[in-house]
Design a binder for this molecule. Structure first.
Ligand SMILES: NC(=O)c1ccc[n+]([C@@H]2O[C@H](COP(=O)([O-])OP(=O)(O)OC[C@H]3O[C@@H](n4cnc5c(N)ncnc54)[C@H](OP(=O)(O)O)[C@@H]3O)[C@@H](O)[C@H]2O)c1
Length: 237
């Protein structure tokens, strides 16, 4: 079935963690959600769960590090919908385990940059034609991290932190470039969230981690663009 009129949202890395919760909350608010997932089985399962709860959800195979996968995902999306209202670049990796910048393995940094920076850039570029068709004005939300904030950066997880600082720069660049296209681009620090990445000791449930992202995708004033957010407030870079 083609989604001609519904509000649509694509969330990357939506098969688990914060991404899955963003998809659930947006589906609950009436969006036709597209579950981007590189894991076929888990992606299908996450979409199926939402469909069984009565929501509109479609699995899209999407590895954010693979340009061919992104192009194929665009093709699949175009068969289902003619516009995209919300794009959430949520997929990300954190592979630093006590690494120190003095001994940082460049391959670890390359992997972080590929997933957390180049991936979102390619996805925005390839899905832009659908975002431009949004009747409400497109919204792009990049899921960043407090670890990427320069104002209090120290030595924590260098590859990850550097990649999230770069993602913040990506947000500023696209916000500037897309202002005249009526597309808002923002980034969010979700806080320390109980997921596979955040661990069981994290302070926040996924519901809270998804809250500000969903707010930016729906209720936040559309003129807010090029900013870094935490708990619905603008924060320092
Ligand atoms: N949890 C926290 O405390 C926290 C704090 C600050 C920021 N964040 C950010 O929030 C976002 C979500 O994190 P999370 O805690 O939900 O992490 P998570 O539980 O580890 O989930 C990460 C998601 O990203 C997907 N992913 C990773 N590489 C991918 C690729 N190449 N292509 C497609 N999907 C890929 C994973 O898919 P697979 O299942 O296939 O691996 C998974 O769905 C990340 O950007 C993270 O940096 C999290």
């Amino acid at each position: 079935m083609r989604t001609e009129h519904a509000h649509t949202a694509l969330i990357t890395g939506a098969n688990r963690g914060i991404g899955k919760e963003i998809a659930r909350q947006l589906a609950q608010r009436g969006f036709a959600v597209f579950i981007g997932s590189r894991d076929m089985a888990k992606g299908r399962e996450a979409a199926e769960e939402l469909c069984q709860a009565g929501y509109e959800a479609t699995f899209i195979h999407l590895d954010v590090t693979d340009p061919v996968s992104i192009k194929n995902a665009c093709g699949v999306f175009s068969q289902k919908a003619d516009h995209l209202d919300v794009l959430v670049n949520n997929a990300g990796i954190l592979e630093d385990h006590g690494e120190n910048i003095l001994k940082l393995n460049p391959e670890l940094l390359d992997r972080a940059l590929k997933s957390n920076v180049s991936g979102p850039i390619m996805i925005i570029q390839d899905f832009l034609c659908f975002l431009q068709q949004s009747s409400t004005g497109g919204r792009i939300i990049n899921v960043s991290s407090g670890a990427g904030a320069l104002h209090d950066m120290s030595t924590y997880a260098p590859a990850y932190s550097i990649s999230k600082t770069a993602l913040n720069a990506v947000t500023r660049q696209f916000a500037g470039a897309l202002q005249e296209h009526n597309i808002a681009v923002n980034c969010v620090d979700p806080g320390w969230v109980r997921t596979d990445m955040g661990g069981t000791g994290a302070s926040r449930p996924v519901e809270k981690g998804a809250e500000t992202i969903v707010w930016l995708a729906t209720e936040a004033p559309h003129h807010e663009t090029g900013k870094f957010w935490h708990d619905k407030r603008e924060i320092a870079w």
